[in-house]
Write a protein that binds this ligand. Structure first.
Ligand SMILES: Cc1ncc(C[n+]2csc(CCOP(=O)(O)OP(=O)(O)O)c2C)c(N)n1
Ligand SMILES: [Mg+2]
Length: 338
């Protein structure tokens, strides 16, 4: 059984980089919170899967990745897309079905994709994107571009066949890909431990694919940054794939339909004490040269950013008919059924 370890601090951050990492986490937090509020106001169409509590992982990778690297993520992917430069307006507009949205309001929460930014899709089919990420990494290897593919998925996904197939291919072809299992302890409503043969669903299986077991605190932004940099640099320098299991917790239910009553109160309380955003903010205040005013100014900026995005999304109309009926299966007629 693997145990969570702190990676060595090979990539030290200076104060401005630390503040940048905090800003990224704060952006993710307010974006998710605003998506929740808009859902409660009945302004979001369809469901949403939020990532409050898991921000350190998205933000640390956002900081560690280069502009032309690839991100593959799940339906819980607002933060991962935002960290690749998808704006808050594009995310909120999309959730609200507005023309200003990333996909002009036609994709919704679970399909955020911006290929020109390397945000290669949010996948709602569990495990679907793991082999696709291997394919993107293979393409980068073949073209010799030094791009790295990073693929985020949940603990439940480790019990799907594609997890095992993708890892095997990644290893035998020595692909520049980083697989990041965000172990938030639950797959929809089921504790992962109830349905999995090993305690750490990703790390305990790494050796089956010739990989080092890596189990880290996914709520510690500094740990996540060191882990991300180590894996990405290894991939970029021809060292092949890495599988990371990052321990974390989602603050809310699986999706907006889920009040999450199945989680023991004590467990929720314990994890709320390990809030990645609150704790990183507190940690930064203990570092020489960082002051409350620096953090407050970030908090204010981020609040202004999300307010502006909310207004822009609310003021945008739905897509016009000629857009609404293109790039969809039906094209307005029934011909496709024949
Ligand atoms: C192939 C497939 N089977 C089942 C589902 C239904 N489903 C949606 S989310 C989910 C749980 C996934 O849990 P996990 O991988 O831990 O991700 P998390 O939601 O916790 O981020 C399931 C079973 C699906 N989308 N795709
Ligand atoms: Mg999960």
């Amino acid at each position: 059984m693997a145990t969570a370890k702190k990676p060595p601090e090979k990539y030290p951050l200076d104060n401005s980089e630390r503040l940048d990492l905090y800003r990224k986490m704060a952006q993710c937090r307010v974006l998710q919170q605003r998506a929740y509020d808009l859902f409660m106001q009945n302004l979001v169409k369809g469901t949403t899967h939020l990532g409050q509590g898991q921000e350190a992982i998205a933000a640390a990778f956002g900081q560690a990745m280069k502009e032309d690297d690839y991100t593959f993520c799940t339906y819980r992917g607002h933060n991962h897309n935002h960290m690749r430069g998808v704006t808050m307006t594009e995310v909120l507009g999309e959730l609200m079905g507005r023309d200003i949205g990333l996909l002009r309001g036609k994709g919704g929460s679970m399909h955020l994709t911006k290929v020109e930014n390397g945000a290669m899709g949010s996948y709602a089919i569990i495990g679907a994107h793991l082999p696709i990420a291997a394919g993107a990494a293979w393409s980068a290897q073949y073209r010799g571009t030094e791009q790295v593919a990073v693929c985020f998925f949940g603990d439940g996904t480790t019990n799907i066949g594609t997890f095992h197939e993708a890892l095997n291919f990644a290893k035998i072809w020595n692909l520049p890909v980083v697989y990041v299992c965000e172990n938030n302890a639950y797959m929809e409503y089921t504790p992962i431990g109830d349905v999995t043969a090993v305690p750490n669903p990703a790390a305990d299986r790494a050796s089956a694919y010739g990989l080092e077991p890596i189990l880290v605190d996914g709520n510690d932004a500094d740990v996540m940054y060191q882990t991300a940099m180590t894996a990405i640099e290894k991939a970029r320098n021809g060292g092949g794939p890495t599988l990371i299991e990052a321990l974390t917790y989602r603050h809310h239910g699986h999706s907006r339909a889920d009040p999450a009553k199945y989680r023991p109160e004590e467990e929720v309380k314990e994890w709320m004490k390990r809030d990645p955003v609150v704790n990183y903010r507190a940690k930064l205040l203990t570092i020489a040269g960082i002051k409350e005013a620096d953090l407050k100014s970030i908090d204010d900026d981020v609040e202004a950013m999300v307010n502006e995005a909310t207004e822009a999304a609310k003021n945008s109309p739905p897509p016009p008919d000629e857009i609404a009926f293109t790039d969809v299966w039906a094209d307005g007629g029934a011909q496709w059924r024949n």
